[in-house]
Design a protein around this ligand. Sequence first.
Ligand code: CAA
Length: 254
Amino acid sequence: MKNLLLDIKGKIMVLTINRPNALNALNRDTLKELKEILCELEKNDQIDVIIITGSGDKAFIAGADIKEMENMTSVEAKGFALLGHEVLNRIENINKLVIASVNGFALGGGCELALACDIRFASENAKFGQPEVGLGITPGFGGTQRLPRIVGKGIALELLLSGKIINAEEAFRIGLVNKVVPNALAEAEEFAQSVISKGRFAVKQIKQLVVDGMNMDLCRALKYEAEAFALCFSTSEQKEGMSAFTEKRKPKFS
Ligand code: CAA
């Protein structure tokens, strides 16, 4: 991998976008590498949590690569957007928890990538925005769709139409990030460890229920929840979790 650093810590993989000279901007090569590693991870049963961050202390990802986009034709731009969608959809739907550890600028495609993650922790220096409108383009990696679903239509339109950059506290206030902390990576690793200590089957089901359920009507989504709830009762994790409660001890899931 030329533009990604991979670091495995037990059941956690820290995936670092590593183009510091371009503030970790997403070019085609980086997106293709991301696609490849996500395909591998989907099949990898040893990893339960993926943390995505950016190299250096200035940027998470400063957007899609403007220098690469500058001379794109419409056809090429469409291919680029579809590649971005494919990668971000994989992040959203992968059978593992994905945490964005935002350690600086998360702009344009960088903000969009963070939005596709399940949870976002921000360092105090993190900055968010969708500045595409100032470049004469619309967001192309899902920003017009995922941002309103997360922060609501009015706030999303304000950010998308102004292109303004907001700090971490403001991002927290509007619900764009879960938490603002001095060290987002440490926070992400701590949260990942606490999730790993829980029932693995239930964790995977919960992510899938929430992600899939957001695109279903409530009636269908509740049926889907009942099926998953029932399935849990055929696992050893449910037996262990509930007997640990009645025996007043901590459960041991694996
Ligand atoms: N693409 C390509 N290169 C980028 C980049 C990007 N998105 N963001 C930063 N860089 C490069 C700069 O060109 C510069 O390279 P050189 O030293 O070779 O000139 C290097 O990274 C450092 O950047 P700056 O000198 O600009 O750093 P700064 O501290 O002065 O400013 C910044 C930081 C405010 C983040 C500024 O770099 C910036 O505005 N970047 C662009 C942000 C942006 O518009 N992102 C949206 C892109 S469009 C998009 O993402 C579309 C989509 O939805 C798919």
